[in-house]
Design a protein around this ligand. Structure first.
Ligand SMILES: Nc1ncnc2c1ncn2[C@@H]1O[C@H](COP(=O)(O)OP(=O)(O)O)[C@@H](O)[C@H]1O
Ligand SMILES: [Mg+2]
Length: 255
């Protein structure tokens, strides 16, 4: 008997409007348990809006905008997590279900040390559990292990990104959402982060959705990818299929 991995996340006809501007336009996608799925798209394609919709942050944004009489945010369509409709589920409730987002440009607490930042992120978890995950974070990101007592504000961009991902791991996600984790990193740091994601999945079976502007560093490691243009799905397929696609080659690899 072949057992396909269980469908963990389903996005059905998702639309997100900021006032009258359509940021996500009829997007459909699915993520199976244990997969690494990429969302590839250029600047303004809708990656962050999609991540905010998946994590539920868009609900908070909508409430905030409404309260201050700001622009109207409207969401249509549905998001299902393990078969349950979570479209209206608040972000903190989604975190409890295991959906955790590392936001684009990831805030860390600059005056606190690396270790303190990780502990702060785990304030809701048992101490023993936090200790265990923190050890795992340092094992995944060796450069970070050497900087435990360094104030986060003094870390390089790459080190801060590792810390930000580490902080989400302390929350013990089942579905980890990484919004442009490679943004602004040197090619070497990009490799460190990409390799850590791969090892993380190997070691814990965690499911990952990561967004990225450039296909090159991520296509080799994703199981499947969705290419988004102007909030619409332009292409989807396995990492291998996308790498072989001529349009992708010219648009995202520059060849
Ligand atoms: N808070 C907002 N208010 C108005 N427009 C927004 C807002 N956030 C994003 N947009 C618009 O939605 C589109 C998608 O943006 P975004 O999701 O940030 O793209 P990406 O993360 O791929 O760069 C863009 O056209 C952007 O200008
Ligand atoms: Mg973005």
């Amino acid at each position: 008997m072949t057992t396909e991995p269980r469908r963990m996340l389903e996005v059905i006809d998702l639309m997100v409007f900021f006032e009258n501007a359509l940021a996500i336009n009829g997007l459909n996608m699915e993520v199976r348990e244990g997969e690494i799925v990429g969302v590839i798209g250029s600047n303004s394609a809708g990656k962050t809006t999609l991540m905010n919709a998946l994590s539920g942050l868009i609900i908070d944004m909508r409430i905030k905008e409404k309260r201050r009489g700001g622009e109207r945010i409207t969401v249509y369509g549905a998001i299902r997590f393990n078969g349950e409709d979570i479209t209206a589920t608040k972000p903190e409730e989604r975190v409890r279900k295991g959906i955790v987002l590392a936001r684009e440009r990831h805030p860390v607490f600059p005056e606190s040390s690396v270790l303190e930042n990780l502990k702060i992120a785990g304030y809701l978890k048992k101490k023993s559990e936090v200790k265990e995950t923190v050890a795992h974070v340092f094992e995944l990101f060796p450069p970070l292990a050497k900087l435990q007592t360094r104030k986060a504000g003094f870390l390089s961009g790459g080190e801060q990104q590792m810390l930000a991902i580490g902080m989400t791991l302390v929350v013990r996600p089942r579905l980890l959402l990484l919004d442009e984790p490679l943004l602004g990193l040197s090619p070497m740091m990009q490799r460190v982060v990409v390799e850590a994601v791969v090892r993380l999945r190997e070691q814990t079976g965690i499911t990952v959705v990561l967004s990225e502007q450039f296909a090159r560093p991520v296509l080799p490691v994703i199981d499947r990818g969705y290419v988004v243009e102007n909030g619409m799905l332009a292409l989807s397929g396995t990492g291998r299929e996308l790498m072989a696609n001529p349009e992708i080659k010219s648009a995202y690899f520059g060849i």
